[in-house]
Design a protein around this ligand. Structure first.
Ligand SMILES: Nc1ncnc2c1ncn2[C@@H]1O[C@H](COP(=O)(O)OP(=O)(O)OP(=O)(O)O)[C@@H](O)[C@H]1O
Length: 475
């Protein structure tokens, strides 16, 4: 069925929404209108030159991914920029190309038979017996732009070593794990970028577990599983993002197991990312987990204040934004758990200040961030959470450590575990140890119990929301 511009753009918006903060989405993407879609070119109307520049500067990667996913590898984006709001329905506008839709050069590999029979669909181009493999790398994710701190030192050092000698270090596979928005994808992609620079002929491929899963399902449906395996065996550096999503997908795990073995035995490099440590990767087969342990598992933790400041200074400098140190300190103090949110806050602040014609002083930042900060994850520890939960239930924190199955203690413990998993970057093992000396499976069970109960019990859900507010307003 032929898609129209509205449905294509709505598909893009769904994908974009998953990747940016709601405030960012509202500021930058919600006001955009889809104008036309023809020959793989999607034209969108943006309200001003400023918005056009900001989109190209800050969001081009997100846009590129979304547009490619909705349209295909040949997708092009064009902007129609409103220059005069002369008529609300028919404003005067000019058309601008998306300049930054640059991408890393694809690799060409020669295959026996028709390339069509080897490659999963998009983003691979086929021609005679040549197969072009787009590495799917984001050129802005480099090792140089990845700020090092104690939170990520081991992972970054391993990344540098691998980039110099892919497949030839002890770090094979490299499993990078940690919480959301802490730079796992950036670092994994940066290795790919650096390998492409050091070894232009090496075939690098970045793929999310979701895409891998879809390609696999498609290959099964079409009875092309051998071609699928053959294709993945052509890769020199395979980056598989979000491997926790393999949980429970036995057939996909099985196939990945074969690909892993083949690549590893042939001295090819594997880089994996996950939101939890191998010990906490439930739902994955032991034989796969044991292979992950062959190389290096490196955790990325939430950056400390100094590293956040360095990241914020770097981003401000790169984007040519003039934030004073005082302002940056204010932002970094409050946006503490997640680098993606830190970036989002900086971009939103800039946009709001520009639209409202205000200089970015600390007072202005306080005013603008005021509402936003309330919704941020202020730096919470497992201990803080236990305090708040116990106070809520009028219970001494020591009760959580007691070996009792009393209903109210069990529920308080489960809630403390659930909030610790949701609002801190502590590992399941650490959370369990701190809250009643339990193991990680108890924490997982507690999180599931709370989520399930919230779905069926309104009063309980209201109680969780009440506690959430108390946690946010703690400071
Ligand atoms: N140490 C760092 N230096 C510079 N930028 C960073 C750093 N850590 C994270 N970022 C930036 O933060 C944003 C989020 O990073 P990324 O997408 O890699 O996180 P992630 O851990 O893969 O998150 P998720 O698990 O949600 O996919 C990116 O724009 C990335 O460039």
């Amino acid at each position: 069925m032929k898609k129209d511009c509205k449905s294509v753009w709505s598909e893009c918006l769904d994908l974009i929404k998953e990747q940016v903060l709601p405030r960012t989405f509202k500021t930058w993407f919600a006001p955009i209108r889809a104008l036309s879609f023809k020959d793989d070119v999607l034209t969108i109307q943006v309200p001003s030159q400023y918005v056009y520049e900001c989109l190209e500067e800050h969001f081009v990667d997100i846009l590129r991914k979304a547009v490619r996913s909705a349209i295909g590898p040949n997708a092009k984006l064009e902007y129609s920029v409103v220059v005069e709001e002369s008529h609300p329905r028919d404003p005067l506008s000019v058309t601008m190309p998306s300049n930054n839709m640059k991408k890393v050069e694809p690799n060409t590999v020669y295959v026996n038979g028709k390339p069509d029979s080897v490659a999963p669909k998009n983003p691979f181009e086929r021609n005679n017996n040549r197969l072009q493999i787009d590495p799917q790398l984001n050129p802005s994710y480099t090792l140089d732009s990845y700020i090092e701190g104690s939170c990520n030192r081991l992972a970054k050092s391993a990344a540098v070593a691998i980039a110099q000698n892919p497949g030839g270090t002890a770090f094979n596979p490299l499993l990078i794990y940690g919480g959301s928005g802490l730079g796992k994808t950036h670092l994994a992609q940066a290795i790919g970028m650096e390998v492409k620079q050091n070894y232009p002929n090496k075939v690098v491929l970045y793929v999310t577990t979701n895409v891998f899963q879809t390609q696999f399902t498609e290959a099964v449906r079409k009875n092309e599983i051998n071609d699928f395996l053959h294709f993945y065996q052509l890769i020199d550096v395979l980056i598989l993002d979000d491997i926790h999503e393999l949980a429970g997908k036995t057939a996909t795990q099985n196939t990945f197991f074969h690909i892993f073995n083949h690549l590893h035995q042939s001295g090819k490099q594997l880089i994996l990312t996950s939101d939890r440590s191998p010990a906490e990767l439930s739902g994955l087969e032991e034989r796969l987990l044991s292979r992950f342990r062959w190389g290096l598992s490196a955790e990325i933790k939430a950056p400390d204040f100094e590293t956040r400041m360095e990241i914020a200074r770097f981003k401000a400098h790169k984007d040519g934004i003039d934030f004073s140190d005082e302002v940056l300190e204010y932002i970094c103090k409050y946006v503490s758990n997640n680098v993606r949110e830190l970036e989002g806050a900086m971009i939103s602040l800039l946009a709001q200040a520009t639209f409202n014609h205000k200089d970015l002083t600390v007072d202005v930042v306080k005013e603008i961030l005021g509402k936003m900060v309330k919704n941020q994850k202020v730096e919470l520890t497992v201990e803080d959470i236990q305090q708040v939960v116990c106070k809520h239930f009028n219970m001494a924190p020591e009760m959580l450590q007691e070996k009792t199955r009393k209903r109210e203690v069990v529920q308080a413990r489960q809630l403390a575990m659930y909030f610790s998993k949701t609002y801190t970057n502590a590992s399941l093992a650490y959370i369990g140890k701190q809250i009643g000396k339990k193991d990680h499976t108890t924490v997982l069970y507690a999180c599931k119990a709370v989520t399930d109960l919230m779905e069926t019990d309104r009063a309980f859900k209201a109680q969780v929301e009440e506690l959430q507010k108390k946690l946010y307003c703690r400071n």
